[in-house]
Unconditional design. Structure first.
Length: 354
């Protein structure tokens, strides 16, 4: 019989998380150990190590939230203390303390696995004479918990939301149809099951799942299948007046600038209009060459790329036109937002995508 071997896959997210987790856990235990060494009546409780690992490794987990850490530990301590005093050292105090602690944590929605260790430590500590009173137990636990929560709050920084290309507060276009973090939060409140993920994490997973499904549906659809091929182009030596006329007559917003069939830039009406000032009228600007106004830093994509890969570019990043060039840099097509919308619309309407 062959036992399954777990596959260890390290991603960039794991690599970035590892130093932060180690440093956070190390800081908590270092400060708490120093307090324990400085004050003989304040021992270092092993359960704090479990709490530090949980908070450092899974900071967004419901089991590592401040109320779970503080409430779960303190409630377990109080319940187990009352039981051990009531049963006066009976062996049933240990299992009953763990069971009662679990029940109280679930009842008050502050489940914290190290709370079970707190319950056993309380029973064993009182039974062996290491602790004699409730204030002594609190003094042994509270400093470490408070240090852990303070460092957690200082450490945690919410990732900044991607800026909108239109400088507004609206969500990015690809995020507007997906459930928000508040939607996930309300849904989780209606269920007794504890999901070991935050609403923000669930929202991100939902978006990634949607992107994965979109890539599956459009796996066979390439940019070469939807791009415009009969392009109106400009030469760098053409007059801006020619570009202005072509932009208006063909009712497009951007034209590629080509030299020897290679893309060297793009030009739009905005590129010309933003040069107008007190000394440069539109008539004078139109007599200058296209090379004076064109944008030379152009984002391009190859024709064999899957259509799903450019959805974020034409939705969230605010691009309207995407030049398509082959491996030699030769311009072979152009994909616009309209091309993308038409392609996705056909995918939704076809029976195979249902």
């Amino acid at each position: 019989m062959r036992w399954p071997r777990p596959a260890l896959r390290w991603s960039s997210a794991h690599v970035r998380q590892l130093p932060a987790a180690l440093l956070l856990a190390g800081c908590v235990i270092t400060l708490t150990a120093w307090i324990a060494a400085s004050f003989p009546g304040n021992p270092l409780l092993p359960s704090l190590g479990a709490s530090a690992v949980l908070v450092a490794a899974l900071p967004d987990s419901p089991l590592a939230r401040p109320w779970a850490v503080l409430g779960g530990s303190l409630l377990s301590l109080l319940v187990s203390y009352l039981l051990v005093r009531l049963l006066a050292g009976h062996w049933l105090a240990a299992p009953l303390a763990v069971m009662a602690s679990l029940a109280v944590m679930l009842l008050f929605r502050c489940l914290h696995p190290p709370g079970g260790a707190v319950a056993l430590l309380t029973v064993l500590g009182i039974s062996h004479g290491n602790f004699h009173s409730l204030p002594q137990l609190l003094w042994a636990m509270l400093p470490g918990l408070l240090i852990l929560l303070i460092i957690r709050q200082l450490w945690r920084r919410q990732p900044a939301a991607p800026p909108s290309p239109h400088a507004t507060q609206d969500p990015l276009p690809s995020q507007r149809s997906s459930p928000s973090a508040e939607d996930w939060r309300q849904t989780l409140r209606r269920h007794a099951t504890i999901v070991d993920a935050s609403p923000d994490q669930l929202q991100q997973l939902y978006r990634e799942l949607g992107q994965h499904l979109l890539q599956q549906r459009t796996q066979a659809l390439r940019l070469a299948d939807i791009m415009s091929r009969n392009l109106v182009t400009l030469a760098p030596s053409d007059l801006a007046e020619t570009a202005w006329r072509l932009l208006r007559s063909h009712k497009v917003k951007l034209l590629p600038v080509v030299q020897d069939e290679r893309l060297i830039g793009v030009l739009s009406m905005v590129d010309i209009l933003k040069r107008i000032d007190a000394t440069h009228s539109l008539e004078r600007l139109l007599q200058q060459s296209v090379s004076t106004f064109m944008q030379t830093e152009v984002r391009t994509q190859p024709p064999e790329l899957a259509v799903a890969s450019i959805v974020p570019l034409l939705s969230d990043e605010g691009m309207h036109h995407l030049p398509i060039v082959d491996h030699s840099g030769r311009l072979v097509g152009m994909v616009t937002q309209s091309d993308l919308i038409a392609a996705l619309s056909q995918l939704v309407q076809t029976p195979s995508s249902q």
